[in-house]
Design a protein around this ligand. Structure first.
Ligand SMILES: Cc1ncc(COP(=O)(O)O)c(C=O)c1O
Length: 146
């Protein structure tokens, strides 16, 4: 089995060499199966989810919720509500930081590694500001809020 064959874009070259793509944090390449599913969706079911009573919206909603169930099973999540879809990495991390901000306790630290992308730095800096954490070092904040 050659997984590369599932990805049409990996059949092209880049600067004269076989394409190798590692920027998945920003955008993932799509295999044929995903491209086909997206095409099927837009050709047959596309509608607003959870916000209309017509047939297409019912289908689109069922597909979205079915996807949530599949993601839950795949990830081993206890509750289907744990599966939250966001538009991207930054929005997802902002959401996590927002939820965590309610649970920050004095004596806890926020530590961010040196290797993080901007999208995984700013949400934690903002959380440190919001919760009045003390700057303890490079990318290290100590929390004081009770
Ligand atoms: C490595 C990496 N992580 C995270 C992100 C942020 O992703 P998003 O645009 O989905 O918020 C990017 C965006 O370029 C990225 O390159």
């Amino acid at each position: 089995m050659n997984i590369r064959e599932d990805f049409p874009i990996l059949q092209r070259s880049s600067r004269g060499k076989p394409l190798v793509y590692l920027d998945n944090g920003a955008t993932t390449q799509k295999p044929h199966q995903v491209i086909h599913a997206i095409e099927q969706y837009y050709c047959n079911h596309n509608a607003n989810v959870h916000r209309a009573a017509h047939e297409l919206a019912e289908e689109a909603t069922a597909l979205l919720e079915g996807c949530r169930n599949k993601a839950q099973a795949f990830l081993g999540a206890k509750h289907r509500e744990e599966i939250i879809f966001t538009r991207g990495t930054t929005e997802g991390i902002n959401l996590v930081a927002q939820v965590i901000s309610e649970r920050i306790k004095p004596g806890q630290d926020i530590v961010i590694s040196q290797l993080e992308h901007h999208s995984n730095i700013v949400p934690w800096q903002l959380l440190a500001q919001r919760t009045r954490c003390q700057h303890k070092g490079d990318r290290h904040y100590g929390c004081r809020r009770s």
